[in-house]
Design a protein around this ligand. Structure first.
Ligand code: MN3
Length: 395
């Protein structure tokens, strides 16, 4: 059987590294054809030397010569620049594109991959948050499957395999992040270091902060709407701190199906690559008798305001989720730069949603403009309030 040829957009990130681990353990099945990184050129070089892909892309052009030189004695093509990400996915030697870039940057390369007819293993949820309607239409038009890598969506997808019955409700589980039990009045004092300690999942910085604010879960509600065509009012978020139930679906007859397992991203990544087959994977098997206590909590609106901002943006539709995403990217970066406090992230996003012009049926160009406008509005708000020292949580 011919090997499955894979491009990993974002191979040096958390999902990218775990994808390569799966490829490494299944060399008879998979071949890494394209690897790309934004800044981490050294790791990209090491990965390229191990996996000998056809080509690599270093998006940050200032690292191009270093990569080129380091790979000079290998038969590996080296490209650089953001545009190259969109061009490289069109290569004839690729079957599947793992879209694992961070944030908005994943949108246009993923669209290019769809238009080139590649199967998509989607880890970059922002692609669907920003432009879900257009992306799903393109996937249909080009007859490209979009297989979810996000653990919740993989769980839902696994629950739906073989089902013809009417889906009544999606129950998205959330771990609740590190501040599930922090008194709400103390949230303003939590630091980036506190927020980066996720109790259950080991992930990149952006998604870890999004998990602490539960914007991540809000994005996943939007992602679920587009992937599974479910009305947002039929998507319920339930906090399940053990993170063993990865999500559930409820059918018209009241039956509920859940997908469970130890929290390990390699399981959903591998399933997206092997679907509809399953192959052996060495990981921690969940032991019900040892650990089997499951708790559930409501996502309190006062604690997780970002989750409800996401629901509102989804209801408003149009470019609102795109604005939400851009404002959130600015907010998270500002928080990680210690420019604003934890609670202020929500203020930045609310302010931006109120001040960017609404577009009812945006085109891809409108999304580009909305994204840029939102970033400016959000940045200005961060700057202004930083100077006025209105921002809380910073001493
Ligand atoms: Mn998730």
């Amino acid at each position: 059987m011919a090997k499955h040829r894979i491009a990993i957009l974002g191979s040096t990130g958390s999902i990218g590294k775990q994808s390569l681990e799966i490829i490494r353990n299944n060399k008879n099945l998979f071949q890494a054809e394209v690897l790309t990184a934004n800044n981490n050129w050294q790791l990209l070089v090491n990965q390229a030397i191990e996996f000998l892909p056809d080509s690599v892309v270093i998006a940050n052009e200032s690292h191009y010569l270093k990569v080129k030189e380091a790979l000079a004695r290998f038969p590996i093509k080296v490209y650089s620049g953001k545009k190259s990400l969109e061009e490289i996915v069109e290569n004839d030697n690729i079957d599947t594109v793992i879209s694992a870039l961070v944030g908005y940057s994943g949108l246009f390369p993923t669209i290019a991959a769809i238009k080139a007819g590649k199967k998509i293993a989607l880890a970059n949820k922002e692609t669907l948050v920003v432009a879900g309607e257009i992306v799903m239409k393109l996937a249909e038009e080009y007859m490209v499957p979009i297989l979810p890598v996000d653990s919740e969506h993989s769980a839902i997808f696994q629950c739906l395999v073989g089902e013809k019955g009417d889906l009544e409700k999606i129950i998205l589980t959330a771990s609740g992040g590190p501040f599930l039990h922090t008194p709400i009045r103390k949230l303003k004092d939590v630091t980036a270091e506190d927020a980066l300690k996720h109790p259950k999942w080991s992930m990149g910085a952006k998604v870890t902060i999004d998990s602490a604010t539960m914007m991540n879960k809000g994005f996943e509600v939007i992602e679920a709407k587009w992937l599974f065509g479910v009305n947002p009012k039929n998507i319920e978020v339930v906090i399940h701190p053990q993170a063993v139930i990865h999500s559930m679906v409820q059918f018209a007859d009241g039956a509920i199906k859940a997908q469970l397992g130890s929290p390990d991203m390699r399981i959903p990544i591998q399933y997206a690559l092997t679907f509809p087959e399953r192959i052996f994977q060495k990981n921690n098997r969940y032991d019900f008798l040892k650990d089997g206590i499951f708790n559930f909590h409501e996502a309190e609106p006062a604690r997780f305001r970002n989750l409800f901002l996401a629901y509102n943006a989804l209801r408003r539709a149009g470019n609102s989720p795109c604005v939400l995403n851009a404002a959130n990217e600015v907010a998270v970066a500002s928080f990680l730069d210690r420019k604003i406090g934890f609670i202020d992230m929500t203020e930045v996003i609310e302010h931006t949603l109120e001040n960017v012009s609404y577009i009812e049926s945006p085109s891809l160009d409108d999304y580009r403009l909305s994204d840029a406008e939102s970033r400016i509005v959000a940045e200005e708000y961060v700057k202004k309030n930083k100077n006025k020292k209105l921002i809380c949580g910073l001493k």
